[in-house]
Design a protein around this ligand. Sequence first.
Ligand code: ADP
Length: 237
Amino acid sequence: MDITLRDIRKTFGHTDVLRGINLTFRSGTVTVLLGPSGSGKTTLLNIVAGLVPATGGHVLFGGQDVTALPVEARHIGYVFQSHALFPHLTAAGNVEFPLRVRGVGRGERRQRARDALAIVEMAHLAERDVSTLSGGQRQRVAIARALVANPDVLLLDEPLSALDPQLRDRIREELRALLEPLPVPVVLVTHDQHDAFVLADQVVLLHGGEVAQLGTPQDLYLRPANETVARFLGIAS
Ligand code: ADP
């Protein structure tokens, strides 16, 4: 199912943070929302999730207009910056958690948690306490937890920022391999162009509340749409 944003606007007080965003996030495609701090990336992600209401415009999941629906009524998988895992639970316990909240029975929960952990190649560590796992392994658990309830879209907010710089390079590549085959739209927020260029099928560069450029990583680097894009990417023109 594709996700469509039509003329999304967001105002906080007197500040126009988003000034009419039109985008499509396609199944099987990784879209990276890139831009400087304060450019509205997280706000846009949270509008897709239903965590923040838009001031104007529409959010469509497939043919359904979900603009008025809160997060509980949308099928979202969300990976938070800190991963926000429960340290006292096992990997499987963390992954099962969203199903427990939904009242899914124990047997089915276990099976679905195993399946989700298998997608991220963590089935063999299902019974480990997450406090004993590495940063990369925890990230995989967080992704499994986001996928366990079969979401319509997977959203990731700065998923690499909690990692130390040495790990970051390796895990960026691993994350690419994990996200690439997923059968849902994936939308990932980062301020780091390196993340964007490794992870993205399409990059959305946000600036001044608008889409400054939309394209493949190569499009942005080889054909920056304007001076603002070139400057953000550090390309001399
Ligand atoms: P980014 O993720 O690109 O760093 P954000 O979406 O977090 O940007 O924020 C965009 C702008 O909106 C910033 O100026 C921020 O201060 C403002 N903002 C975000 N959330 C709120 C809020 N709840 N109330 C007021 N201003 C907000």
